[in-house]
Design a protein around this ligand. Sequence first.
Ligand SMILES: CC(C)(COP(=O)(O)OP(=O)(O)OC[C@H]1O[C@@H](n2cnc3c(N)ncnc32)[C@H](O)[C@@H]1O)[C@@H](O)C(=O)NCCC(=O)NCCS
Ligand SMILES: Nc1ncnc2c1ncn2[C@@H]1O[C@H](COP(=O)(O)OP(=O)(O)OP(=O)(O)O)[C@@H](O)[C@H]1O
Length: 203
Amino acid sequence: MSKPWILGLTGGIGSGKSAVAQCFIDLGVHAVDADHAARWVVEPGRPALTQIAEHFGDDVLLADGNLNRAELRKRIFQNESERRWLEALLHPLIGREISDNLARAESPYAILVSPLLVESGQHRLAQRILVVDAPEALQVQRTILRDSTSAEQVEAILKVQASREERLRHAHDILVNDRDLDWLHSEVSRLHRFYLTLRGGQT
Ligand SMILES: CC(C)(COP(=O)(O)OP(=O)(O)OC[C@H]1O[C@@H](n2cnc3c(N)ncnc32)[C@H](O)[C@@H]1O)[C@@H](O)C(=O)NCCC(=O)NCCS
Ligand SMILES: Nc1ncnc2c1ncn2[C@@H]1O[C@H](COP(=O)(O)OP(=O)(O)OP(=O)(O)O)[C@@H](O)[C@H]1O
């Protein structure tokens, strides 16, 4: 089987990656999401969850045995060495899930959605990079609304992610997501037609 042509889709927290990815999925494009892979590798019964509980203590587990994501989020975004420990454990596992899933793509191209595409080196899997960009104030506002979290928590996450400038340096295409969802849909349709021409109809 030939390797799929991969579009890397990235952007900071709350920029709209998942919303853009959904538009591509609606157009029939196979999508692999690093945040979803990050959930699979810590499901109950997976060795990584046991290692996380041993390292951080049982407070990071819920009564039903699932990961207490809100608790772990608090711990890692206020302590760089704890975040690095967690990333060293999870990123290789996430990378394997992503590669396995991308290999199953049957659409003319596939997308890899990842908040840390540039930071983690996952961009090397992609032939082209689309950055979803939005003003920082809008990223914070959208994330607070979506996650019922605080501005301080979102800003702590923003601080450890690549800067907009750094991310944009890797971009082949930029989608500025500062309008409504109908507009976003039409921009993604336009990009999709363009990517199909780049693929020259190859499957
Ligand atoms: C800390 C955790 C449990 C918090 O879970 P929660 O459900 O609250 O958030 P979720 O996983 O949906 O992530 C939301 C957003 O936070 C940001 N984020 C998550 N992890 C990181 C990180 N290590 N560095 C920078 N930003 C991150 C991203 O923008 C992501 O889209 C979770 O984010 C996690 O396991 N992070 C470590 C794994 C990782 O690096 N994931 C990023 C994808 S590779
Ligand atoms: N153009 C838009 N108009 C209105 N709401 C939007 C728009 N784009 C995204 N949103 C909303 O903003 C929130 C954040 O978007 P989304 O979840 O797609 O961001 P993300 O980049 O995937 O974030 P994360 O890095 O946290 O996973 C969601 O609730 C989404 O529905």
